[in-house]
Design a protein around this ligand. Sequence first.
Ligand code: PLP
Length: 409
Amino acid sequence: MELQTETGCATSLEIRGPSTRAVHGGAERHNPYHAVVPPIVQTATYAFRDTADLIAFQEARQWGAAGGRVDYGRYGNPTVAALEARVAALEGAEAAAAFSSGMAAVTAILFASLRSGAHLIVTEDAYRRTRQFVLQFLRRFGVEATVVPIGDFEALEAAIRPNTRLIFTETPTNPYLRVMDLERLAEIARRRRIRTVVDATFATPINLRPLDYGIDLVIHSATKYLSGHNDVMAGVVAGSADLIAGLREMQAMIGGILDPHAAYLVLRGLKTLALRVHRQNENGMRVAEFLSAHPRIRRVWYPGLPSHPDHAVARRLMRGFGGVVTFEVAADREGTSRFIDALHIPYIAPSLGGVESLIEQPALMSYYEMDPEERSAIGITDNLVRLSLGIEDPDDLLADLEQALARLP
Ligand code: PLP
């Protein structure tokens, strides 16, 4: 990435730091009205000066030379484009596309990559709605899927068929924070000419950049860390210019575009991404260590702990271990709820990645409609807790956990 000088000439300064990229990455130095911040361009359609201007635009578009100019809001927006450029800079990607939610991004990729008769591989522990879309919805359209456990590369290779088009994984996963060995995954997929997609919502580009390891596309629910304030829904995908162009074609048909106000909020949130994630990494590590040593906690999952099954992979691939800690309380369902209810700082809420800490008992939140046997078959026990740490001071968070745990018998 290069900075532009006042005169518009590229300087030789290469921006490497994630925080500088989060503030300046992909930015136009010159905004309308000399504004430092890109404006919110609130328009659904775009006008032409006259018919000659329209025809020149149509000709240029036909040859892919419209220079980002569009004629209608579903095909692009300058505020959204500013966000896309920032995300591409953060991920080290050629291009990025923004969507109205993380799920709009996930489904657009799957629609764009698969057709009837195709097969895909998805790893266990993927986001519940992604799994549902792949295993139930896509099946109705003749797309078959195989689920393989993260880290089992023999099972992954064995699952590959001649018609396998895509491998979809998440890292770290929810709720067990499993970390995929992306180098190994990319090597296998390249050899077999299969596209790889990684949902790195839990990682953020501050902790892990999947494209650096040879992955084709990275997805984020920008609702989480990228926007970071629990106040907006968005999704982004980054990758090669070719793949992103294909995705835009799909988006032009199925919709799911990001509103310019929402894009502005994500762009604003992104500026502090590195600062926030560094604090969240610190909070994650401090809380994971505290809980591991606590007699009223049965088990802790955090990739930064040597006890985590993927600690070695996480140390090799990640620059930080994230702000989510999952643990089992030494109590039954009601005791675990009493502990949660006794906390003062985290809100009881789904989602993660924002400045406010959020806590949930997955059995009573995302998995409530399942019966206990179904839940325990996928490892969701009644005493399981997922804590998404915000940017509060670690000592306050630890004191809050200590006082709530002290109430347990
Ligand atoms: N991917 C992951 C890992 C998630 O946790 C979520 C939502 O929780 C999504 C995708 C979907 O994102 P959104 O809620 O923005 O549609």
